[in-house]
Write a protein that binds this ligand. Structure first.
Ligand code: NDP
Length: 295
């Protein structure tokens, strides 16, 4: 079997096109322009690339975006002051604080300070709690993108056996909540899981969110399973070059899986597209208007 490659880039382009239509409709009908503010602390090169890509994608969709850069040595109070200012600004509907933050800044305290209605990353405990109990919430962008690709591929997920490798607050746990909401039988694996290959082989849906290059081997994959690879790992490609790979051994898995996301070009682009979609959702909720149809 050779797996279908799930083209996250093309899927994301379609989501972004629809967001563009929604933004234009909001401007025309309500004079409402969704606004996104991204806070970047420090000089982490990967974070700088992510933030730049997010800003560019927002601009292309007609969302007003603004980037607030803070020095790596900034104190926690200064970061909290910026968040509070953005909370109070009615033109800002969505706030994203790029993680990780420097050691002297308490990430949990910063996330906790974000107005949950503007918490476009869905990391505030109010949003994670609402998601966990099945209420409307801002849903974290990466798991939301994964869910969209899964539903596009499989339709109804009800009864599917899903394994998520990784239990982080930003990917693994919200992914589990989303799949439970779609009536999957969900297992979360982590570093203490015994017989991880055996757990993987039972999964109709296998999600790698570990951060370890090519750890999930092809012969761990159930034939025909849908594999979503969240991992982004930079490895040595020889001759002084590097390349990005996922948590799944793509070459091995693609001969067994029914469908698989590549790295790069799978989950990553969908994360940004979902950030834009969440920004529109946040703006509509704050303005008390319905999210426009973009069919
Ligand atoms: P974390 O480091 O927060 O979590 C990693 C998880 O993997 C932990 O739960 C850990 O278990 C588990 N783990 C580590 N080693 C093993 C092992 N040997 N066997 C089983 N489980 C293991 O990572 P994130 O969730 O933040 O990110 C995961 C990956 O996804 C990273 O590569 C990251 O770069 C990528 N990512 C990609 C995004 C995208 O847009 N494509 C967005 C966000 C993340 P334990 O809890 O026991 O320590």
């Amino acid at each position: 079997m050779t797996a279908d490659i799930i083209d996250g880039k093309a899927f994301a382009a379609e989501v972004r096109r629809k967001v563009g239509i929604q933004v234009a409709a909001l401007k025309a009908a309500h004079g409402l322009t969704p606004g996104l503010s991204v806070v970047l602390v420090g000089e982490d090169p990967a974070s700088q690339v992510y933030v730049r890509n997010k800003g560019k994608a927002a601009d292309e969709a007609g969302i007003v975006s603004d980037e607030i850069r803070m020095d790596a040595g900034v104190g926690q109070d200064e970061v909290l002051a910026v968040v509070r200012r953005l909370n109070a600004d009615p033109a800002v509907h969505a706030i994203l604080v790029q993680l990780p933050l420097p050691d002297q800044v308490d990430e949990a305290a910063v996330i906790d300070a974000i107005d949950p209605a503007k918490d476009v990353d869905g990391f505030h405990v109010l949003n994670t709690g609402r998601l966990a109990v099945g209420l409307d919430a801002m849903v974290p962008c990466t798991p939301l993108g994964c869910l969209m690709m899964l539903e596009d591929r499989l339709g109804d997920l009800s009864g599917k056996r899903a394994l998520i490798v990784g239990r982080s607050n930003i990917v693994g746990k919200p992914m589990a909540s989303l799949l439970l909401s779609r009536h999957c039988t969900v297992t979360i694996a982590h570093s203490r899981t015994q017989d991880l290959p055996g757990e993987c082989r039972r999964a109709d849906i296998l999600i790698g969110a570990v951060g370890r290059a090519q750890m999930i081997k092809g012969d761990w994959v159930k034939p025909g399973a849908v594999v979503i690879d969240v991992g982004i790992n930079r490895i040595d490609a020889g001759e002084g070059k590097t390349r990005l790979v996922g948590d799944v051994d793509f070459e091995g898995a693609k001969d067994v899986a029914g469908a698989i996301t590549p790295v790069p070009g799978g989950v990553g682009p969908m994360t940004i597209a979902c950030l834009l979609a969440n920004t529109v959702t946040a703006a509509c909720r704050q303005a008390g208007v319905a999210v426009p149809d973009a069919a």
